[in-house]
Design a protein around this ligand. Structure first.
Ligand SMILES: [Zn+2]
Length: 288
């Protein structure tokens, strides 16, 4: 085979450069982890000092802490790590059994009121959740409705692991509540449906852990999500969802993965999703 002439080679290289999308560097700024649990089974394997060190190494400078039971959140709030802002949320679950009946259990309302009155070492609770609704109809449970109205009245954010139908039902109780949608449709709700809900509910925020289809096989941002983030740059946040100990074991890896796809966005949009949107939601200062 004859060697390629230089002009042909140059043309080929240019074509390859044009076809291959530009791969930006991973995002390197501060992160806010908007979906974090420090549950009772994590404490023995990952003591407070250890999880704080993991966050620091990952560049996480702020967190929503929500733990089963709330003691884990209180422990993180009491640690008063200077490099970390803890935004405490009241978990609705005292134990595993509460997952399946909280939406109709009046004792949960009493527990929430009690925790609200007490607060934490890092200040008052700023939100409620994470809660789950495995059947979206339970969004109409008496306690679910009551807690949504309470959140709206007290300006508490709500972290909800629900499907798209439940988003509409929850907002029907409290149209101005600030609702963080855990995973933004963990069942793979189509991006078009997410867009429709974002348009309909101006106080809806999407949290992106475990979101199917967010990235391609190489961990880079998928085109439909890039378009959605460009359209709604102020409406998304990232999270680790440390719901099992394995997630704590790989905490830095999870945050590194987020930095890869954040790096595919324009820097101002990446900064908003990484930190700015959560900071605005909770009135946080820029990290020192
Ligand atoms: Zn969770």
């Amino acid at each position: 085979m004859r060697p390629l002439r230089p002009i042909v080679l140059a043309t080929l290289l240019l074509a390859v450069a044009l076809i291959a999308p530009a791969r930006a560097e991973p995002y390197s700024g501060a992160l806010f982890d908007a979906h974090l649990h420090y549950n009772d089974e994590a404490v023995a394997s990952f003591p407070v000092a250890d999880v704080l060190a993991r966050m620091q190494r990952a560049g996480v400078r702020g967190i929503i802490a929500n733990s089963r039971p709330n003691d884990g959140t209180k422990a993180l709030a009491a640690a008063r790590a200077s490099a970390l802002t803890v935004v405490p949320f009241i978990r609705l679950y005292r134990n595993r059994a509460d997952y399946n009946g909280w939406f109709a259990d009046e004792t949960i309302v009493a527990m929430v009121q009690d925790e609200l009155a007490r607060g934490t070492a890092a200040g008052p609770y700023r939100g409620i959740g994470e809660f789950h609704l495995y059947d979206s109809a339970n969004a109409n449970g008496a306690v679910a409705a009551k807690l949504m109205r309470l959140a709206q009245e007290r300006n508490l954010a709500v972290l909800a692991h629900v499907d798209d139908a439940a988003i509409d039902l929850l907002f029907a109780h409290a149209p101005r509540a600030r609702l963080i949608w855990a995973h933004t449709g963990i069942g793979g709700v189509p991006v078009e449906r997410v867009r429709e809900l974002m348009q309909r509910h101006p106080t809806l925020i999407g949290e992106l852990s475990y979101r199917p289809g967010l990235t391609d096989g190489a961990g880079h941002l998928a085109a439909p999500w890039r378009a959605l983030f460009t359209e709604f740059p102020t409406r998304f946040v990232i999270g680790s969802d440390t719901w099992i100990n394995a997630r704590w074991g790989d905490y830095e890896g999870l945050m590194r993965a987020a930095r890869v796809w954040l790096g595919d966005l324009p820097p101002a949009t990446a900064q908003r999703i990484a930190w700015g949107n959560a900071a605005e939601l909770f009135g946080l200062a820029e990290p020192k």
